[in-house]
Design a protein around this ligand. Sequence first.
Ligand SMILES: Cc1cc2nc3c(=O)[nH]c(=O)nc-3n(C[C@H](O)[C@H](O)[C@H](O)COP(=O)(O)OP(=O)(O)OC[C@H]3O[C@@H](n4cnc5c(N)ncnc54)[C@H](O)[C@@H]3O)c2cc1C
Length: 417
Amino acid sequence: MGRYSALRVLTEGLKGQTGWGPAWRSVRPKPRYDVIIVGGGGHGLATAYYLAKKHGVTNVAVLEAGWIGGGNTGRNTTIVRSNYYYPQSIALYDLSVKLYEKLSVDLNYNVMFSQRGMIISAHSRHDMENAERLVRGMQINGLDVRMMDRAEIAARVPALDCSPNARFPVWGGFCQDRAGPARHDAVVWGYARAADSLGVDIVQNCRVTGFRKNETGRIIGVETSLGDIACDKAAIVVAGHSSELGRAAGFELPITSYALQAFVTEPIKPTLDVVSWSLATGVYISQSDKGGLVFGGALDLYPSYAQRGNLPIGNQVIGAIADLYPSFGRVRLLRHWAGIVDVVHDSSPIIGESPVPGLYMNCGWGTGGFKAIPAGGLLLAHHLATGQPHPIAEPFQLNRFHTGALIDEAAGAGIAH
Ligand SMILES: Cc1cc2nc3c(=O)[nH]c(=O)nc-3n(C[C@H](O)[C@H](O)[C@H](O)COP(=O)(O)OP(=O)(O)OC[C@H]3O[C@@H](n4cnc5c(N)ncnc54)[C@H](O)[C@@H]3O)c2cc1C
């Protein structure tokens, strides 16, 4: 398929665009692989890519029930940041931000990572106390966050109502300057193209329905809608459907699945050049390169696999956006949608071995796994290839629910779930 470059764009233009091939092959699965990755979202494709690139394991298949990126990776609001609370989380998410910073070059695919910064506004004395506590905790762990006063926030986010009579008066806040959105489809397509070019088979429309084990209980293959496929190792990387596949393999996971909604307006002229997040309401907003205002907020209230989202949360999120940014109240809403996210009981992901020998997992990213795609893929690939967890992934093993060493980011960082 050749490398993408400015010169190639020019020469293809002169040749009438006749030389572009498909970005990845369309393949039928082989009877056997060294590693099968179940799930062709960002994390599954990144795992396959790093297995091939960093460990030379190329006899790998990614089996995707629908089309690649049709899950949460294609449905999210694309915010990349590492402003979590605990040192273990900061090590994980900041590794990911660093990988994102070089991803376009690494994949030879422009993932449009725009480090425009993220500003979190505080709307009461209690919010300010919380912000101070979070920022000091993050700074101790080496993160690039800083407090901001109201004047600085008003200058950076003119659309935010910073007047004294605002429904949510702004007291101040904090920011991470290296945070920002990336293009979700490009992340999927970039990893798919790069993994394919290293020999990985990407098989779409192939649903995994069960797992085959030998007499000792070790994984020897998967059952799929295209027939059985043998493997030495397999990994479940299916976001909101992890519990389902865990059950098919014979174990329960400490996960509850919810719908998470997102919203986008009609495109308008450039008006918001940061990601703006409000502590009091939990809603956040950014402007896409196309001009649409992309926003979201809390999880739906009850567990569900219905991928559409319910009205009360929609009303709450849209209401908060209109209160916080009054001028946006006049912009027309274009679309809204939902994805099913798997929330682990301590709000931190699981990356590593499952209770079934030979079967691994990367799941439980809840509302925040887009930012973690490069790190999640890199760390799971390390474990699959070496048999040992990477030091950064060590605290995120499933056995933390036996040892009690939980990483409670819901309480720590106060993230949406
Ligand atoms: C509305 C919304 C907003 C979000 N906003 C953000 C954000 O701003 N920042 C952030 O960091 N994160 C965000 N997230 C979370 C983020 O999208 C996810 O954590 C991340 O995309 C998960 O990636 P993944 O590769 O694990 O899952 P997915 O992209 O969902 O991929 C899993 C794939 O597995 C496939 N699959 C399922 N079952 C099977 C099976 N039996 N056989 C084969 N394949 C199967 C699915 O079809 C799917 O394509 C948001 C999520 C949503 C829903």
